[in-house]
Design a protein around this ligand. Structure first.
Ligand SMILES: [Zn+2]
Length: 417
């Protein structure tokens, strides 16, 4: 099992990512920046040094997120998300289909975000609550709207124009000292954004100004209609957020809902839908692929809950995953996590249950290295040296670059004596 999956691994990732952000330089120079900006549909090239810098910073951030295990990198889900975003872009923005990349992010937040460079992240916390592919398409359409209309650059220039040279540094690099520490059970991005300053907090989590949020909602509605999805899915998406909003979690507001409020956004979206020339809903959702994505999101949420020692929540998420319709590989992850719960929560009493769960995991996915490792370690401590050596050998064979390879090989040598 890689270190990032153990204990508070996700949170350690935040610390490292924040140190990347701490090195981000102050953008641009003082003086007035033009806020008369073309959309990405008109010009894909960066429209100034400041936008080039925003894109470079986004690339740095995207690389940090990937290298810290923030993304669920499984081809099946990447392809499915890309299929939906390409479809949304196909109507008038097909030149952007290389620019826009959608990622499934291991993050319990009810959120999604778009970086200025075209990277979109949909958090497993939100994906798990969606009910249809059309709702997912509405979410992606909104995020694409922020990218196409260059809302980050517009916000950046607008804010810079209001600032004097003296406090510009505070704006771009207002490093929130306590931001990371407060992330025990929260979103990776919330911690990262808090550490990166106000501008990136808006881009990453809080959302943009009221006008930009409404504009992105409208873009999403138009994209749904142009692609044959039911535009009403945008309202259903807001309803999902309303249902799952936790009023007590002050820094975990769902998806850009700080301003404007969700109910106001519903009214605006309804007005946009009413203004559309009636276009037929011709698309049938790919229910199987959608269900598999949701099931995986639940399993990733279970993994995060386990990392925080919340066994009840872990099991609840695993039950949801099973009900959603998981792929065999997702089922293997779920089995592994059930083994982890039994082992960590129940100690020796949980050994036989955990062993059965790990066995189930490797039966479902014979290439599942972590499950072999835990199976072997459990058999090692249950006095079954032969089985233990076999399982641990499978782990090393499947993951020759494992950081604990030397240690495990030393165990195998002793077990075979
Ligand atoms: Zn937004």
């Amino acid at each position: 099992m890689p270190p990032a999956m153990r204990g508070q691994g996700v949170d350690r990732g935040v610390v490292a990512i924040c140190s990347v952000l701490a090195t981000i330089a102050v953008l641009g120079c003082t003086g007035c920046f033009s806020t008369n900006i073309s959309t990405m549909a008109e010009s894909e090239a960066a429209v100034g040094d400041d936008e080039s810098a925003l894109w470079r910073q986004s690339d740095t951030m995207a690389a940090a997120l990937r290298s810290h295990g923030y993304l669920v990198e499984e081809e099946r889900f990447a392809a499915y998300l890309e299929q939906i975003s390409d479809r949304l872009l196909a109507a008038d923005l097909s030149t952007l289909d290389e620019t826009v990349r959608v990622h499934l992010a291991r993050d319990p937040a009810l959120n999604a975000m778009a970086l200025p460079n075209g990277d979109i992240y949909v958090m497993t916390g939100l994906v798990a609550q969606l009910r249809t592919e059309s709702e997912l398409a509405a979410l992606l359409g909104h995020e694409i709207g922020h990218i196409v209309d260059r809302h980050s650059l517009r916000s950046y220039r607008h804010a810079r124009n209001k600032l004097t040279a003296a406090n510009a540094v505070v704006f771009t690099l207002g490093m929130g000292a306590g931001a990371v520490g407060g992330q025990a059970a929260g979103s990776v991005i919330a911690g990262m954004a808090g550490a990166a300053g106000e501008f990136w907090t808006n881009v990453l989590i809080a959302g943009y100004s009221q006008d930009f949020e409404y504009a992105a909602d409208a873009t999403g509605v138009h994209m749904l209609a142009a692609t044959g999805y039911d535009p009403a899915a945008s309202i259903e998406l807001f309803e999902r957020l309303l249902e799952n909003q936790k009023p007590s979690a002050t820094n975990e507001r769902p998806w850009h809902s700080t301003h404007p409020k969700l109910r106001d956004r519903i009214e605006h979206a309804r007005a946009t839908i009413d203004s559309l020339e009636s276009s037929p809903v011709v698309r049938t959702d790919d229910e199987t692929s959608f269900a598999q994505l949701v099931a995986r999101a639940h399993v990733e949420n279970a993994r995060i809950a386990l990392a925080h020692g919340d066994y009840e929540e872990t099991e609840r998420c695993l039950d949801e995953s099973a009900a959603a319709g998981a792929t065999t590989r997702t089922e293997a992850h779920a089995a592994y996590l059930r083994g982890e719960v039994a082992r960590r929560r129940d100690g020796e009493q949980g050994f036989s249950e955990a062993t059965a769960a790990y066995r189930n995991a490797v039966r479902l996915d014979p290439a599942f290295a972590d499950a072999y490792r835990e199976l072997g370690m459990l058999q090692r401590s249950s006095g079954r040296p032969h089985d233990a050596a076999l399982a641990l050998q499978s782990y090393v064979d499947l993951r020759p670059d494992a950081p604990d390879r030397q240690l495990i090989e030393s165990y195998i040598a002793v077990l075979r004596r």
